[in-house]
Design a protein around this ligand. Sequence first.
Ligand code: NAI
Length: 339
Amino acid sequence: MHTITLIPGDGIGPEITEAAVKVIEATGVPIRWDRQIAGRAALDKYGTPLPDDTLESFRRNKVALKAPLTTPVGGGYRSVNVTLRQTFDLFANVRPALSFEGLEVPYHDVNLVTVRENTEGLYAGVEHFINAEGKPIAAESITIVTRAGCERIIDYAFRYAKQVGRKKVTVVHKANILKCTSGLFLEIGREIAERYPEIEFDDRIVDACAMQMVMNPGQFDVIVTTNLFGDILSDLASGLIGGLGLTAGANIGKEAAMFEAVHGSAPDIAGKGIANPSALIMAGVMMLEHLGEQTAARNIERAVRSVIREGTHVTPDLKPGSSCTTQEMAEAIVAKIQS
Ligand code: NAI
């Protein structure tokens, strides 16, 4: 029996969580869900976006499936996602983007994985306003890049590539301008690449990389990069394969791992029952792989791909005009698993 901390999240979170739980349970893998809240929902109920019970549950269970959490833009509380990643030292954010058959997208050969450094960089949260006469006249933010942080994420990317049979690792940086922070990341990238002669290594400046991902995504295999660049490029990769509703991410640390959809709480469609559940379901696939439940993981992935390929039970983000709901798509996936 696996005990998993389940955080249904905000906005579309509870809708896609219901769908993902249904699909994961259809595999028959014995799971006990330890339901906890965080984000806007927790703030409204307990006056804090990250209650101690939620932290304790994750500390105890070491594996979490988390739906998106709303973070106020500008002021308000600090991102719970970032806090969870830093508190549990979930340093590697692994975000695969693999083309799905059956979608009208410009490319059908995308098969890349972004490995994003998850605890440092511009997301270290070291920033402040400089005030004059009671109002901010400037703002400063510090990018933290440590040798230890670079070594562990870049080494993780090479080890991951080796383990899953991938051929190339591309270090993405902005070392032409950010000579210290990005420069250190690149330098360590070159050092670590020498330890893995069987894996091809190259590097790209982030702006050119973004253009090349749009023009010719098939050339990328594993991308490893710092926190902000990884956040942006992995969303770009989602767009290449059909949108945010499809891509999942794993936040991996030495002690614990948290699995989530790459997208946010989508307030524009919350409560309408039309959110695509695939990203959170694919997060469930990554979670099952982590738990050693490979057969269940493969069964779910095959079912999701088959439902998307057939196109008769997919949400409107994948097929404009479709009236298929989140739960109907989940039920179609369950039916494939059971057939
Ligand atoms: P978002 O990812 O929530 O939405 C961007 C666009 O994609 C919207 O048009 C939305 O409808 C669409 N979309 C997203 N997921 C979808 C799905 N499953 N099915 C169909 N369409 C989908 O990004 P946005 O609007 O910038 O952020 C909303 C909130 O989510 C913010 O508070 C943000 O901080 C938070 N957020 C949370 C994340 C997390 O918990 N891991 C990640 C990203 C954002």
